[in-house]
Design a protein around this ligand. Structure first.
Ligand SMILES: Nc1ncnc2c1ncn2[C@@H]1O[C@H](COP(=O)(O)OP(=O)(O)OP(=O)(O)O)[C@@H](O)[C@H]1O
Ligand SMILES: [Mg+2]
Length: 355
């Protein structure tokens, strides 16, 4: 297995700088997710690791050694693409065996390793079929077996679950996670699905326009997002954000005063829907919309500072549309951002407005 280091990596395509300056350390055996919107440079980062792209400047290190000049086939990296990219005219067996051809693995050992990899992802009984005769989930597993057969020191997964239906995604998530645990292989998963990232990875690297916006545990990004971008990207339903102005210990939002600590100037208050409650005191409003969501109920409350989303536990709504209510929350869960820099102001909090 390998530890990975991006050291001042830039990547340009002609005039376009896709990765401006990337520094990143990934520990041996770590499971990391690259999360970010379309076009932020996730796949480019993987292709740099795989050796398919070369950095424009900077160094890429595996286990402390610069690998810039090591060819893709010599990097011992397993990669699974979104499209699986299986060879349609080959059997499952030959598809899985394919990477071993370049390594001149003796026939008997190759067969043994194909059988092992196939068993690992439970496609051992499908070896004589062709990809066209498999379901999406089965093709996905064959692609995974093909990536694992050469016992890679690094496993790269680029949106591997995006073609699967919801149920299959859920079970493949668990399977990939436990497989990674078992093999201990350093793994980088690219996804724009925040649930996938938070459930599978030890650490999430949130990217924006080729830069790392925040790297941390799923809980770090959820509870202490370093910027408005991360705060809005992580969490579902999305965080409530309201802009105000902090003067003398109060954040004024459209004439409503929120008692505040540690804030000055133009700030944005962030309140996650699941940290809000429909209460008897707090910010007054009226229930505009009720959406039952299975085990939770989403209330949209119309207030003087705009529509506020509240997510409450419980399968049935205890309130009716049009009802006058208050929005309450615990100060400790409130987030305050500097509106100009978009950065979190650490240790700054607000309380609900006094009656
Ligand atoms: N070969 C290329 N030539 C020029 N521009 C490229 C090339 N490959 C990627 N780009 C650009 O680099 C940026 C990052 O692309 P990349 O494929 O890494 O994004 P991504 O984060 O994987 O997005 P998605 O979630 O849509 O897959 C995009 O703006 C893309 O248009
Ligand atoms: Mg991509």
């Amino acid at each position: 297995m390998a530890s990975i280091e991006f050291r001042k990596i830039t990547k340009r395509f002609g005039d376009v700088e896709v990765i401006p300056d990337m520094d990143l350390d990934i520990a041996d055996g770590e499971f990391v997710a690259l999360l970010g919107p379309s076009g932020c440079g996730k796949s480019t980062s993987l292709l740099l690791l795989a050796g398919i792209y070369l950095p424009s400047t900077g160094d890429l290190l595996f286990d402390g050694h610069v690998v810039n000049d090591v060819e893709a086939k010599d990097r011992n990296v397993g990669i699974v693409f979104q499209s699986y990219a299986l060879y349609p005219h080959m059997t499952v067996r030959d598809n899985i065996m394919f990477p071993l051809r370049f390594k001149k693995t003796p026939r008997e050992e190759a067969i043994r390793r194909v059988n092992e990899a196939a068993a690992l992802v439970q496609v051992g009984d499908l070896l004589d079929r062709r990809p066209g005769q498999l379901s999406g989930g089965q093709q996905q597993r064959v692609a995974l077996a093909r990536a694992l057969v050469k016992q890679p020191q690094l496993l790269l997964l680029d949106e591997p679950l995006s073609n699967l239906d919801a149920t299959l995604r859920l079970s493949m998530r668990t399977e990939i996670k436990s497989l990674q645990d078992e093999l201990g292989v350093t793994t980088i998963l690219v996804t724009h699905d925040q649930i996938e990232a938070t459930t599978m990875a030890d650490r999430i690297i949130c990217m924006r326009a080729g830069r790392i916006e925040q790297a941390g545990t799923p809980d770090d990004l959820y509870a202490r997002p370093s910027s408005l971008f991360v705060a809005s990207f992580i969490g579902s339903p999305p965080i409530n954000l309201v802009e105000g102005k902090a003067v003398n210990g109060t954040v004024d939002v459209s004439g409503i005063g929120f008692p505040a600590t540690g804030a000055t100037g133009a700030v944005t208050i962030g309140l996650r829907p699941e940290h809000l409650v429909v209460a008897d005191t707090g910010l007054p409003g009226r229930i505009a919309q009720i959406e039952p969501m299975g085990r939770e109920v989403l209330y949209v409350v119309s207030t003087d500072i705009g529509h506020i989303r509240i997510l409450e536990q419980g399968s049935t709504a205890g309130r009716g549309a049009g009802e006058a209510v208050h929005v309450g929350f615990d100060e400790a869960h409130s987030l305050v951002f500097d509106t100009t820099t978009e950065r979190l102001i650490p240790d700054s909090h607000v309380k609900p407005p006094a009656p």
